[in-house]
Design a protein around this ligand. Sequence first.
Ligand code: ADP
Ligand code: MG
Length: 333
Amino acid sequence: MPPDRWDDLDSEETIEAIATALEAGGHRVTFLEGDATLFDVLRKVNPDICFNICEGHFGDGREAQVPAILEMMRIPYTGSQVLTLALALDKPMTKRVLTYHDLPTPPFQVFERLDEALNPDMEFPLFAKPSREGTGMGVSAESIIHNEGQLRSQLRRIFERYDQPVLIERYIEGREVTVGVIGNLRSPVAWRIPDDEEAPRILRGLHFFPPLEVDMAAYPDEEAGIYTSRIKVEMAHDFHCLCPAPLRADQIEDLEWLAAATFRVTGCLDVARVDFRLDAHDGDRPYILEVNPLPGLNPGYSDLCIEAAADGWQYEDLINEILNLAAERYGLA
Ligand SMILES: Nc1ncnc2c1ncn2[C@@H]1O[C@H](COP(=O)(O)OP(=O)(O)O)[C@@H](O)[C@H]1O
Ligand SMILES: [Mg+2]
């Protein structure tokens, strides 16, 4: 296994912080490991609701496995459901859904074999990443590719290391911004119905945290302006960001609109974070990279928690609001 194999799993520090926050909200909390023991343990503990942060270990739907078990056992849980979690783990599948809805995401091609030809409309520079990883796994300065030779060596590296299809996208040079969303859409929602440029943007039910920009200038040139696995893991405790990101009101409005539309078309519930790049060669036009329906919740360095703090929310407020949103959906409030 590659050394970064489990980088997207949560630390004990995060788990303890969430438990403490829930207890401060007046709840009794038991930590359950999201492994094969879960089925039996759940029977014994018999929780009213689960606060799900489980990333899972194996399989192309690993983030959806705990929710699938909980649904089988009819136990309520926070956040997005099985289909959304499996979809969002798979970046190409997510991009197909976004593209269907005319939401801007970089043009792409998926490689399943080393000898597949590059589509003629895919122009260098390109960007390579594993299709189904997170936390910057497999993402480094070498992910930016300028020619056929680099393309083939990146494909080989990712196949060998991660044993899954490789997502090749147009490289978007520019600022890196992420938008946290909390809430649930109330219809008619986040889509112009009918699809009319003049119709109002309806975002009812969602709350947007101020966008966070990764402060690339604070990192060594070797990171090449990319939010690499090194920044996300090795340097996580020394994270440099601008939050709120220095953006104009109209830019923020566009990002919120795109985040809401992404939230809707991928079927998110309660909370999500949508990652963007702003194309420096096209007037900072936003491109959606991915949606994270299980955003990191470390109180110290996770993007969503930093955004919530910039919005005046205590960590306890954020965690308990996610719980309350779910409880409300299940009629438990
Ligand atoms: N098409 C792209 N163009 C430029 N940079 C990209 C592109 N895709 C990903 N990146 C960089 O790689 C980082 C990780 O990619 P992302 O798709 O968000 O995966 P994850 O966060 O799950 O590892 C992004 O935050 C960004 O810095
Ligand atoms: Mg990301």
